[in-house]
Design a protein around this ligand. Structure first.
Ligand code: ADP
Length: 309
């Protein structure tokens, strides 16, 4: 089974651990961490950890972009990125005194012919995969309807699309007739989207908003509280046990990996929801973002409860 992941604005994620962070002077870093970053690349790594065949795509230049491709290759992940003339970005996290200060480059502007090249590339890759996970924001230069265009192409070939984005990119998709099979907002993103505070008390009615018509799976991740989901016309609450957390960054991406994996394996709704939450939890138990250790998978899975609401 092969899954395509789409990361349009990947990055080299750099972490600078410092005992103390001093402003307006020199900070020297002994241990620099560099990894291929971007939400879709986290999804790719977790899918690989789950045992899926993964193909990663997006836009990449021939310097940092090439480094990302090499990094993925070293982890056994195939990729086919569309080459761009702009510069692939760096994103910096300064870890200091138990805090995290981030400097996130906006990323390159995509030219029209590069966007068209990506679409051709995407169409060619679709034939080889069963499902697609699209994650993250749209880089500059692309039309707001870019994700809808990808979804329309994938739907024509009856491929499952899991979309994990927020803000105007998500709004543009929801206002368009081409629906992804799955979206995975959190409460904050739902609140932004609907323009009213969404809580566990009003979530059921919120998910019945006409904006979501035609989307089969809406999975609302709730951090340490688990998840709430609407699948077709049924509602589900996923309850999870308390766990020791090391680094929850990327847990939402791990959840996306679990969702696309479960659906493409034809798992039941209950098992797919459980598996997706287990992936989020296992990611939270690792220091590395977008990585799970499958050793504890079954033990956690057996502790999860899915109730129809
Ligand atoms: P996002 O980062 O997209 O908001 P969440 O923080 O909701 O995503 O995390 C996704 C999933 O990962 C949750 O539904 C849950 O299963 C798991 N998870 C995340 N944080 C924790 C935590 N602190 N304890 C236990 N599980 C967690």
């Amino acid at each position: 089974m092969s899954i395509l992941t789409v990361t349009l604005n990947p990055a080299i994620d750099i972490s600078y651990p410092l005992e103390a962070f001093h402003l307006n002077t020199v900070n020297r870093v002994a241990q620099v961490g560099k990894t291929a970053g971007g939400k879709g690349l986290n999804v790719s790594r977790v899918l690989k950890d789950l045992g899926a065949d993964v193909l990663a795509t997006g836009f990449a230049d021939d310097i940092l972009g090439a480094e990302i491709v090499e990094n993925l290759k070293s982890e056994g992940i195939d990729s086919r990125f569309t080459k761009i003339s702009g510069k692939t970005r760096n994103c910096i996290a300064i870890l200091h005194e138990g805090q995290q200060t981030e400097i996130l480059e906006k990323g390159p502007r995509i030219l029209r012919e590069e966007a068209e090249g990506f679409i051709d590339n995407f169409k060619a890759m679709l034939a080889k995969v069963e499902a697609i996970a699209i994650s993250g924001s749209l880089p500059d230069g692309l039309q707001e309807t870019f994700y809808s265009d990808l979804i329309a192409i994938a739907n024509k070939q009856e491929k499952t699309v899991v979309l994990d984005c927020s803000g105007s990119a998500l709004e543009a998709v929801l206002k368009n007739p081409h629906n992804p099979s799955v979206i995975k907002p959190n409460l904050e993103e739902l609140t932004d989207l609907l323009g009213k505070e969404v809580t566990l008390e009003n979530i059921k009615e919120s998910l019945q908003d006409r904006l979501f018509d035609g989307i089969e799976w809406i999975v609302v991740s709730l951090g340490k509280e688990g998840a709430f989901a609407k699948v077709s016309d049924e509602f589900y609450r996923v309850k999870i046990p308390k766990i020791d957390v090391v680094n929850p960054v990327g847990s939402g991406d791990a959840t996306v990996a679990g969702l696309v994996y479960g659906i493409s394996q034809n798992e039941t709704v209950e098992n797919t929801l459980k598996g997706a939450n287990v992936c989020g939890m296992l990611n939270a138990q690792e220091a590395k973002t977008g990585h799970i250790n499958r050793t504890n998978y079954q033990a956690l899975f057996d502790q999860l409860k899915v109730e129809k609401i």
